[in-house]
Design a protein around this ligand. Structure first.
Ligand SMILES: Cc1ncc(COP(=O)(O)O)c(C=O)c1O
Length: 405
């Protein structure tokens, strides 16, 4: 649960590094698996062949995925997983004889990594500036944030399911027959923790299904127990067609991402290429055996220590603890789900983001690592966090907020 700074001070990790160290730091089982793998099979090509350890990682992952998603494509990061999913969505429609379905729909405030596809469907304006034209034929849904109606809500926000109907506006504008896929984060993380309103994801699912549009959940931060279930899809009871993931897949120790997909997408793409290469896409390090070994060891820990259930069990304690901050200086909203929390403060006199950043710095100075985005402090501790450590995180933030008042 701790880092040590260069002066030897203990820093409690309330951010799981960068939303990835779900099993906590210094897990010897993972280090040993990596080291053993390096001495067994250090590399093998992923094109036209496979190896047992990568196959095992794929099988293990497929068992965790929601029912119906039984196929895995490995990448090396969340950004690559997003690019891969977007390309699979387009090529799937080509394979099924609808090549004009090329449009990709993201959502305002969405974050899908830093490559051109992910940037294009992403909805954070600053991330796009300075890089020239992005993908054409992309549009965005309205975001789900409704501070006025859902402020300080406990549990999923009551208001906002109707925002999924914004997809109907885009369908009317462009025609469903031009839209390949919709990609959303079930809980938007990087923009500052936006939890989906009740029934929002179900509604989005229903509209996509009714119009032949693929639904992609970007679960790079929500997978692997963050919300108390293997994936957010299971947490919310909504099954997408594709899921992107990374981070907690290897507990953050070795770069690895993946795309999970329903078998019918794989079958359709394979059927369209009976004699050749099915998907002209892949990376030198796709399914790298060392990353695969790290993933298997990580999944072993999650299973053995029942960490997803642990997160689910702590969720209400976590929410109650964070909500005690609601009357502290500057706090204008608190959003939680599973072991994620977002504390939004009013912008200070120095302009947007300044107060958030100074709170982040002051927490670090007091021995707690958080994450800041604008004026929102984002929290996502490793799933092994104890109740005492939750209290320490909250008490540190209280002290910092009061000192800043
Ligand atoms: C939802 C989401 N998608 C994609 C990414 C990009 O992942 P990576 O930084 O591994 O490329 C992130 C990273 O935080 C993310 O939160």
């Amino acid at each position: 649960m701790y880092y040590q700074d260069t002066g030897g001070r203990q820093i409690l990790d309330a951010a799981a590094g960068l939303w990835c160290v779900n099993a906590g730091h210094g897990r010897e089982e993972i280090a040993r698996a990596v080291s053993d793998q390096l001495l067994t099979l250090d590399y093998s090509p992923a094109f036209q062949m496979g190896n047992p350890v990568t196959m095992e990682a794929a099988e293990r992952l497929a068992r965790l995925l929601p029912d119906g998603l039984d196929t895995v494509f490995f990448t090396n990061s969340g950004s690559e997983a997003v690019e891969t999913a977007l390309k699979i969505a387009r090529t799937y429609h080509v394979a099924r004889g609808e090549p004009h379905r090329t449009r990709l729909i993201g959502r305002n405030r969405g974050y899908h990594g830093v490559n051109f596809g992910g940037l294009s469907v992403g909805g954070i304006a600053r991330n796009k500036q300075g890089f020239g034209p992005l993908l054409a034929e992309v549009d965005h849904l309205v975001d789900t944030h409704d501070l006025q109606r859902n402020q300080f809500c406990k549990g999923l926000p009551e208001h906002g399911a109707e925002r999924a109907d914004d997809l109907l506006r885009l369908i009317k504008l462009y025609g469903a027959e031009t839209i390949a896929a919709v990609i959303v984060e079930p809980v938007a993380g990087s923009t500052g923790v936006l939890v989906p309103p009740q029934d929002y994801l179900d509604r989005l699912r229903a509209i996509c299904s009714a119009h032949g549009i693929l639904l992609i959940f970007d679960e790079v931060i929500t997978a692997f127990g963050r919300l108390g279930a293997p994936f957010a899809a299971q947490r919310f009871g909504v099954t997408p067609d594709l899921i992107t993931m990374a981070k907690g897949l290897t507990n953050g120790v070795i770069p690895m991402g993946a795309v999970g997909m329903v078998g019918s997408i794989r079958d359709t793409i394979f059927a369209a290429a009976p004699d050749g290469i099915e998907l002209f896409h892949g990376y030198t390090y796709s399914g790298h055996p060392v990353a695969a070994a790290a993933a298997i060891a990580t999944l072993d820990i999650y299973e053995r220590e029942d960490l997803f259930a642990r997160a689910a069990g702590l969720a209400s304690r976590w929410t109650d603890a964070l909500l005690t901050l609601r009357n502290e200086p500057h706090v204008i909203d608190i959003r939680t789900d599973g072991l994620v929390g977002g504390i939004e403060v009013a912008p200070g006199d120095g302009g947007p983001g300044k107060r958030g950043f100074s709170i982040f710095q002051a927490c670090y100075a007091r021995g707690v690592l958080t994450r800041v985005t604008g004026d929102i402090i984002a929290l996502s501790p490793p799933l092994i966090v104890t109740e005492d450590q939750i209290d320490q995180i909250v008490e540190t933030i209280v002290t910092v907020l009061r000192a800043a008042a």
